[in-house]
Write a protein that binds this ligand. Sequence first.
Ligand SMILES: O=C(O)CCC(=O)C(=O)O
Length: 336
Amino acid sequence: MLLRRGLLVTRGPLLSLASNWTPQRPRAARTSVSSSMADPSPAASKKVKMAICQLLVTADKEENIKCARKAIEDAAKQGSSIVVLPEMWNCPYSNDSFPTYAEEVPSPGPDSPVAPATSTSPSVSMMADVSRQCGVTLVGGSIPECSNGKLYNTCCVFGSRGSLLGKHRKTHLFDIDIPGKIRFMESDTLTAGDKLTVVDTDVGRLGIGICYDIRFPEMALLYAKAGVQIIVYPGAFNTTTGPAHWEVVQRARAVDCQLFVVTCSPARQEGAGYQAWGHSTAVGPFGEVLATCGHEQATVFVELDLAQVERRRENMPFMRQRRADLYSLTGEAAKP
Ligand SMILES: O=C(O)CCC(=O)C(=O)O
């Protein structure tokens, strides 16, 4: 895609965003639905209770798994139907750690094999087990995945019966160099994923991105086009780009796409090689920050009314107002 004299010029097969951009309802959504007489909007409320677990990640993998399990169980006890974990929650965020902490991840599917607790994929089996036991949808942050001699930064999404519904491999690797501030080259160890990931769950239709993926609005727009209601970005911004961009990119994606944006960071670990920004957040489809936190370990509880996605799009129909004669977007977020 080229930006030339104010024109967005695309190459390859076009996927026009100008017409027929009606959000699709998720298949088999089992969101609790209640209508409110006081609400003049035709869209009934569809409320989803979410917990965003900003975990303190240590070098002790077993401890990280125990701590994540407890946070999920506590969130379920408090009535959450969907729980989100941070990027790289089972290992320190460093190129040295990724190969050592990596696990195999099975292919998604309703009957995906759930690895027993003694397997070589203890993080994956814990997530499958606890989501089934607690009956929650789980967006499992990310962990390093090993597959055919390559490493990926991978997010697993589990349904409330413990099956692996989807996995997203981070598509934009975090390779940046801000002299005197931060240099990180994920591509030294990781390979980029090659697809966008839309997952239908009990609570709604999710689009998944990981951290640096949030900086690419085209990806979020394709998710909106695919009928996604919530984009979840497990992410670990840092103390340079975090204060500058973390909140603004979330609000920008939410406003551009008129959907919910949720981020989940690790807590900041004093003395760690990588200083995470924290501030896990949920943003509504009008760009409003609904809930957030600081940089310490915390669980953010938030209720998302998914009916707001339709309401905002009725109020301000950007989707129908796009100018396909002037610009369009290539690519596809495959529907599940
Ligand atoms: O985009 C940024 O500033 C940070 C991204 C990042 O930390 C990551 O992708 O892991």
